[in-house]
Design a protein around this ligand. Structure first.
Ligand code: GDP
Length: 445
């Protein structure tokens, strides 16, 4: 996700390392490079302009912290500006005072609306709600069926026109569904509407008519993150034609450059509520601007990782992990094994790769880690003595041979693991430093 932008920004920051003070020329050069990186990521020009102006002003201004070196200062400023561009505070769904809460989804065909409807329903159900899905996309031949399949998977009822009556009136279906929700005690109604491949007046008219029929509490514009700043024109059209209260970015798992994510908030004035990261129902989460900004800067999404780890780690493990990350405590092979085991419990490695701190450097290495690798790593670490696990420096040649024999691997495998561990240890140290940055605190914009 946003790999190119991350790499570019990291390259820019690397150049600043070791500089004692930033001259105006340094700041200008850095700003120019950041500008190029943003343009390359397909961020809309007005957003880039505002971003760069602010960075320049802040880098030159009084915000010079004695405690930070110039590279850190710039990272801190860029991080805070990114958080701002992405929306600042995490925005939660608004619920109606009087149920049912009505959520209407709008967007172009193929943007991921129907999939999102299923994801949202599943997520809300997990939060204890009783959602109802409404199939008001009667344009696309298979949309009703698709929603029914998703509803079944999510365990959520789908309100749809009678089978065979595919050319029904979507406005009628939508307004009837609210009555149905009231009668059947559903507290949330999610209305999937029709999209077109391009914006047209008829589609906008229909979306507006559905809006008038159901008076939504949230009108969510779903945008495919892969389309980059083309999303801007669509977003404006929906903002003006239907009125939107929030945005969902879909397909963030694709090779999106970041343009849509970084532009849409500025253009619509509405916050990004959720991010969709895959075709499965669970590939979906609340959008946190600060975490996304950290991820773009390649710090890894430590917070999301820790949150997800809650299900995999017990409380005690979690606290020890957090202490290691923030407190600079020694990170041992025991911890490494604990992490690996927890990571496996957390599910497909690919999903969490993007959240692992420092992933830019070790991404490729991690990508080849499959279950058999994990098993080997586990076996090797289990063949070490407790002393060796805490202080791997003592593992000399004969110990390596013993460990290899004990775990049924080659000495080369043991060496490889020890190298990998040394990398991880280094990363944990760096991360500790980064997390100590004042920039990690809440942004103000
Ligand atoms: P709609 O026309 O707006 O209702 O779009 P759909 O929900 O039918 O989605 C269009 C296609 O995109 C489908 O093949 C979905 O499986 C796929 N899709 C939706 N969301 C995501 C996502 O977050 N990631 C990926 N990779 N594919 C997605």
């Amino acid at each position: 996700m946003f790999d190119t932008l991350s790499d570019r920004l990291n390259g820019i920051f690397t150049k600043l390392r070791g500089k004692g003070r930033l001259s105006d020329a340094d700041i200008d050069a850095t700003a120019r490079e950041i500008r190029l990186a943003l343009l390359e990521a397909d961020v809309a020009l007005p957003v880039v302009r505002a971003f760069i102006a602010s960075i320049k002003e802040r880098a030159r201004g009084a915000e010079v912290h004695q405690a930070l070196n110039p590279a850190q200062q710039v990272i801190k400023i860029v991080h805070e500006e990114l958080v701002g561009v992405l929306g600042g505070e995490t925005r939660r769904l608004q619920f109606a005072k009087q149920p049912p809460t009505v959520i209407m989804l709008a967007g172009l065909q193929g943007s991921g609306k129907t999939t999102l409807a299923g994801k949202l329903a599943r997520w809300l159900k997990g939060q204890g709600h009783q959602p109802l899905l409404v199939a008001a996309d009667l344009q696309r031949p298979n949309a009703v069926n698709q929603l029914q399949v998703l509803g079944q998977r999510a365990g959520v009822e789908v309100y749809a026109p009678e089978p065979g009556n595919g050319v029904g009136d979507p406005v009628r279906v939508a307004s009837d569904s609210i009555e149905h929700a009231r009668r059947s005690m559903r507290d949330i109604v999610i209305v999937d509407t029709a999209g077109r491949l391009g914006i047209d007046a008829e589609m906008m008219g229909q979306a507006a008519a559905i809006r008038d029929a159901v008076t939504p509490d949230e009108t969510i514009f779903v945008v495919d993150a892969m389309v980059g700043q083309d999303a801007v024109a669509t977003a404006e059209a929906f903002r003006d034609g239907v009125g939107i209260t929030g945005v969902v970015l879909s397909k963030l798992d694709g090779d999106a450059r970041g343009g849509a994510a970084l532009s849409v908030r500025h253009v619509t004035g509405q916050a990004i509520l959720f991010a969709s990261t895959g075709e499965k129902l669970e590939d979906f989460d609340v959008f946190h601007p600060d975490r996304m900004a950290s991820r773009i800067l390649g710090m890894g999404d430590v917070l999301t990782l820790i949150e997800q780890a809650e299900q995999a780690f017990d409380e005690d493990q979690k606290q020890r992990m957090a202490a290691k990350v923030t407190g600079g405590e020694a990170f041992t092979l025991e911890d490494f094994l604990e992490q690996m085991t927890a990571l496996r419990r957390m599910g497909p490695i690919a999903n969490i790769l993007g959240m692992v701190p420092g992933m830019n450097q070790v991404k490729d290495q991690l990508a080849e880690l499959d279950d058999s690798h994990f098993d080997r790593i586990t076996a090797i670490i289990r063949s070490m003595t407790p002393g060796e696990r805490v202080n791997p420096k003592v593992i000399n040649g004969s110990r390596r041979a013993r460990i290899a024999r004990g775990s049924g691997v080659t000495v080369m495998d043991v060496n490889q693991l020890l190298n990998r561990f040394a990398e991880a240890q280094k990363m944990m140290k760096q991360m500790g430093g980064m997390m100590g940055l004042p920039g990690r605190r809440k942004a103000t914009k």
